[in-house]
Design a protein around this ligand. Structure first.
Ligand SMILES: O=c1ccn([C@@H]2O[C@H](COP(=O)(O)OP(=O)(O)O[C@H]3O[C@@H]([C@H](O)CO)[C@H](O)[C@H]3O)[C@@H](O)[C@H]2O)c(=O)[nH]1
Length: 368
């Protein structure tokens, strides 16, 4: 036991939210223990070495909100910039809009001036699956057809996940909308914004918002577990907590190669996806969304990998079964030691940052 009411393991979006809410609304003392040398979790951004340009060290984060409650909550700690989340895919040397929209369908099917009706008819004739999709391959074949699946999803997904879309839940490829209009933005969320001073500044402000919150970094809680007198919230990888007692949960990681380019812009939008034979999946030029002005730019190429920090839980049948067995252990741990698991890693859920904050607020409200 520590002298703190609450111990939070991990200083990312979930940990910062639980800590801030508990200090502010309950007056609890909170210790946040972070394994890395910084807070903000995988949202961490900083100036790229030798430049004053922000980069997202663990991959891009395009903040969007489904509801105003979470948006208003985070808005207490930051000003916002409008989001500018435009993504294209490189296909045969050309850039096509991603998500699929009418222009994508025209470029890939060799058509012009498609309407919603004519595009639907075209794809209907190419559908490779009918019925209720049981996996991501069936989902895309049933909505966009064979040609778009083969061109935009098949190899990209194999690279990203190390397996075919056939062995992933429909929700994985279903994250990206398929459109019959000309909307070029990556997500359908009604609110799309970037924190004006970056994500690290946002989560750092949350953690500094109360003198009741102490933060220690460079400390692996698993080596020296201390518990809060009221609760402990663990936001690290669920299987790490249990020393992978039931076997490791499948995770997917990323390796990043960053380059400073001596040119104002490298590509026309923040993200270009590579659904072909290249060993990487995407190139991100985050300056498009941070809106910094500079004659230079930073470009980050992503190489998916099985080794490295866990970024993605793998939504698939076998991981769901193993995860369920870990959930049973987690429930016992809650009863024995008051440990509650949260966040993308602690709950083994493929969620976005707004969803992590939303569920952290719910979790914090349940603590007593
Ligand atoms: O060109 C493509 C694009 C996607 N897929 C398949 O869809 C899966 C989901 O894609 P996406 O949502 O783009 O995946 P990711 O989570 O890596 O990226 C988004 O999430 C945020 C951020 O990481 C969290 O804030 C970022 O904003 C988005 O880019 C993908 O895994 C593929 O299987 C495809 O095949 N081809």
């Amino acid at each position: 036991m520590s002298q703190y009411d609450l111990v939070v393991v991990g200083g990312g979006p979930t940990g910062a939210t639980v800590a801030e809410f508990s200090a502010r609304t309950r007056g609890w003392s909170v210790l946040v223990v972070e394994r890395r040398n910084h807070v903000a979790g995988n949202c961490y951004d900083e100036s790229y070495p030798g430049t004053d340009l922000l980069w997202h060290r663990y991959g891009p984060h395009y903040l969007r909100f489904k509801n105003t409650e979470t948006f208003d909550y985070l808005g207490r700690f930051t000003e916002w910039l409008p989001g500018n989340y435009v993504v294209k895919a490189q296909v045969d040397g050309r850039l096509v809009p991603m998500p699929i929209n009418l222009e994508t369908i025209e470029l890939i099917h060799g058509e012009v001036a498609l309407t919603q009706e004519s595009a639907r008819r075209l794809l209907e004739a190419d559908l490779g699956f009918h019925g209720e999709a049981a996996n991501s391959e069936e989902y895309i074949l049933g909505k966009a057809g064979r040609r778009l699946y083969d061109t935009l999803y098949d190899q990209y997904t194999r690279k990203q996940w190390g397996r075919s879309a056939r062995f992933l839940d429909p929700s994985v490829c279903g994250r990206v909308p398929i459109r019959f209009d000309r909307n070029p933005y990556y997500t359908d969320a009604p609110i799309q914004v970037m924190p004006r001073d970056g994500y690290t500044a946002l989560f750092d402000r949350m953690l500094r918002s109360s003198p009741l919150i102490d933060v220690v970094t460079d400390v692996d809680w698993l080596h020296e577990p201390v518990h809060g007198t009221r609760a402990t919230v663990f936001t690290g990888p669920l299987d790490d907590y249990f020393q992978a007692r039931l076997g490791p949960l499948p995770w997917r990681s990323l390796r990043f190669e960053a380059e400073v380019k001596e040119q104002e812009w490298f590509q026309p939008c923040v993200q270009v996806n590579y659904p072909g034979a290249e060993p990487y999946t995407r190139k991100v030029e985050i300056k498009h969304v941070t809106r910094q002005k500079s004659a230079r730019t930073v470009v980050v190429t992503e190489f998916p990998s099985d080794v490295g920090d866990p970024y993605y839980p793998v939504p698939a049948r076998e991981s769901r079964e193993l995860h369920q067995r870990y959930v049973e252990l987690a429930d016992e741990e809650g009863e024995k030691r008051g440990v509650v698991f949260g966040g993308r890693l602690g709950n083994y859920r493929y969620i976005n940052t707004d969803e992590a904050v939303e569920s952290a607020l719910e979790l914090a409200a349940r603590l007593s």
